[in-house]
Design a protein around this ligand. Structure first.
Ligand code: GLP
Length: 241
């Protein structure tokens, strides 16, 4: 794993942008994209850049089950607002959270096929406080493909900050599996803030275990982790540069 530590999230966004811009110039055609607060500094850099995305495809990690695309908490909506409206892509994919209410298995298999047909060149990731990636919670098998996830109480609580009340947070999501994520050629994970520091330490220094989903990234040949000072605070000095 390559580890980059920068002063703050804005600088981390700029460092991530450089990797994406270089990858796109070198022929990357499919970007694996993510939601949450973490990707925003990168998306801001992409929007202000002169890069053209209309020859690119995007494949997002996950979507809540039961939220229509025009619900302002759906990940479809998030992506439109924070990137796609300003930088149109040739084609964008986000799991279908409405169809998944009745047929999560069908939506999952379709999404696996989409990823197979559009192999991901660069995958963007954030990390949850318990080490989850996308919505793959501790205990998710490393060989998992796209699946429906029952969200843990902690994740529901953490994500309730975006909703009017905790009761409005969906109870499940459709999410790429760990094997789908690991199939990407290159992975860039961003983490900011002290509440990510413990998960970051376990991801980088800890044993590779399904109890810390992000620890699987130690097995991927091309991962760059970009951290602000606070998220890097618990790391052994030898990992910081
Ligand atoms: C959610 C998302 C993850 C994201 C995580 C952290 O659970 N499904 O993809 O990495 O939250 O969110 P944030 O970036 O807001 O800290």
């Amino acid at each position: 794993m390559k580890i980059i530590v920068r002063a703050d999230s804005t600088e981390c966004g700029a460092a991530a942008y450089e990797i994406f811009a270089k990858g796109i110039k070198n022929g990357a055609k499919v970007l694996g994209l993510a939601t949450g607060s973490t990707p925003l500094p990168l998306y801001k850099e992409m929007i202000k850049s002169n890069l053209n995305f209309d020859n690119l495809t995007s494949v997002n990690l996950d979507e809540y089950v039961g939220l229509p695309v025009d619900n302002d908490q759906s990940y479809h909506y998030f992506m439109q607002e924070n990137l796609f409206n300003k930088k149109p892509f040739k084609k964008t994919y986000v799991p279908d959270g409405i169809k998944a209410v009745d047929d999560p298995e069908g939506v999952s298999r379709e999404y696996d096929q989409i990823i197979k047909d559009n192999p991901i060149d660069i995958q963007l990731l954030g990390i949850g406080r318990n080490g989850h990636i996308a919505f793959n919670e501790p205990g998710t098998p490393f060989d998992s493909l796209t699946h429906e996830v029952k969200l843990t109480d902690n994740t529901i609580k953490a994500n309730s900050r975006f909703f009017a009340s905790i009761d409005d947070v969906p109870k499940s999501a459709i999410c790429m599996g760990i094997a789908n994520i690991m199939s990407a050629k290159k992975i860039v994970l961003l983490a900011f803030g002290e509440n990510k520091a413990a998960a970051v330490k376990k991801m980088i220094e800890g044993p590779v275990t399904e109890e810390v989903p992000a620890s699987v990234l130690q097995k991927h040949p091309d991962v760059t982790v970009i951290l602000d000072q606070a998220a890097a605070a618990e790391l052994d000095d030898k990992y910081k540069n």
